[in-house]
Design a protein around this ligand. Structure first.
Ligand code: PLP
Length: 426
């Protein structure tokens, strides 16, 4: 193993040096080809090396790459916010630009708390979440997440935010089945609010389809409608974290559009810059922004590089590409094909427990067949599968499931541009 000064995720591991990327493929300096079956970290949604995007980046960089958001606004940032408001599900949203998904969810948390402060409800400052969830790595975002391995070392620093069970039908936490369960997982939200007191809770946050902590756990129909009703009943904002699911990935522009629900705040990341630039966003509805506009007039958050024109222009070009190439529709169609192909494996490999997801966000949960049923497989199995696949020239994304501590899983999420032939190869 060669030691270098760059600190990589695993310090004692050798990583291949990437050379270039084209479409769904990445090539390392030794000439080996990898099929990007997970868009990196479910990020490179339009594939690698897209000329249109590179052209826009060049042109914007020639004009101006950076201005500080306290001194200037810019046409690309304004246009990007207009576009996101047009695309967002039902109603108008203002956009707060940031640079990563963690910043986006943490900003959503802060806006939610500030919203209640502006309305004089100073005690509403807890965020409810689900235990199987991942909303980011910074301390605030991690406080709202249940990903045990990512939390473990920092638990003393984290906010003691309450959580409820996920809508995890494959291993239902209540040992029930849908629909006779009457959505106990959604009703648990109401029980938690009653227990804690709505006067202490600012918002409930959820990924429409759970990513890293659940390998595409998809709720049954009616779940989000019930969640929305409960949030309305108790005056609690609904934050929908679309960092992984947003902008076409699940077959709709926003994954929450699979259900008939309008969130108060939405977070975007990954697919917004599609890997061409670091950019993320927190969208806040007009109703949420109104009391802040009328009150202090300032959102108490922000990062030096937020809303820089280069990233904004790049994201605008990515959105235009997604729309022009009808990538949400394409993801739905290709996703159905991939899902069918993967399901045919299930019969041949007994250690595939569950295959789930929507569009091109598909999770595979591994399991150990046993006399008592399909037990969760050890987390180390994920690592084994991911490493072996990369060795064979296929990238898949590691995920967890089960109880979050035990339960190996992967996510398959290729660029939305993937062809049927490439799916066969995958
Ligand atoms: N939210 C969700 C749903 C995610 O999947 C992630 C990252 O995987 C994040 C937030 C954090 O995003 P980032 O890694 O860009 O900070």
């Amino acid at each position: 193993m060669e030691r270098t000064y760059l600190i990589k995720p695993h310090l004692r591991r050798d990583y291949p040096f990437v050379s270039y990327g084209r479409g769904v493929y990445l090539y390392d300096v030794a000439g080996k080809r990898y099929l990007d079956g997970c868009s990196g970290a479910v990020t490179a949604n339009i594939g690698h090396g897209v000329e249109e995007i590179i052209h826009v980046m060049n042109e914007q960089a020639k004009k101006v790459a950076f201005v500080y958001r306290s001194q200037f606004t810019s046409e690309p940032a304004e246009k990007l916010a207009d576009k996101l408001s047009q695309l967002a599900p039902g109603g108008e949203y203002g956009t707060f630009l940031v640079n990563s998904g963690s910043e986006a969810t943490e900003t959503a948390m802060k806006i939610a708390i500030q919203y209640w402060q502006e309305k004089g409800k100073m005690g509403k400052n807890k965020i409810l979440s689900r235990w199987l969830s991942y909303h980011g790595i910074t301390i605030g975002a991690l406080s709202m997440s249940g990903h045990p391995t990512r939390r473990a070392r920092f638990v003393p620093l984290l906010e003691d935010f309450p959580s409820i069970c996920a809508p995890y039908c494959y291993r239902c936490p209540y040992h029930s089945t849908y629909p006779s369960c009457q959505l106990q997982c959604a009703r648990e939200l109401e029980q938690a609010i009653e227990r804690i007191g709505a006067e202490h809770i600012a918002a409930f946050i959820a990924e429409p389809i759970i990513g890293a902590a659940g390998a595409a756990i998809t709720p049954p129909d009616g779940y989000y409608e019930k969640i929305r009703d409960i949030c309305n009943k108790y005056d609690i904002l609904l934050i929908v974290d679309e960092v992984m699911t947003g902008l076409g990935r699940t077959g709709k522009m926003f994954a929450i559009e699979h259900w008939n629900v309008q969130p108060d705040l939405i977070t975007l990341g990954k697919g917004l810059g599609a890997g061409y630039t670091p950019i993320a966003a927190t969208l806040a509805s007009k109703q949420v922004l109104e009391p802040i506009f009328e009150g202090s007039g300032v959102i108490m958050s922000g990062h030096t590089l937020s809303a820089n024109p280069l990233s904004a222009a790049t994201a605008l070009a990515v959105l235009s590409y997604v729309e022009t190439h009808r990538l949400p529709e394409k993801a739905a169609e290709t996703g159905r094909y991939l899902f069918t192909q993967l399901t045919s494996f299930k019969k041949r490999f007994p250690w595939i427990g569950d295959i789930r997801g929507k569009g091109l966000l598909i999770g595979i949960e591994f399991a150990v067949p046993n006399a008592k049923g399909m037990l969760p497989s050890p987390l180390s199995f994920t690592e084994l599968v991911v490493t072996k696949a990369q060795h064979l020239g296929l990238l898949v994304y590691p995920a967890a499931a089960g109880n979050g501590r035990d339960g190996a899983a992967i996510i398959i999420a290729p660029p939305l541009t993937i062809t049927k032939e490439e799916v066969d190869e995958l």
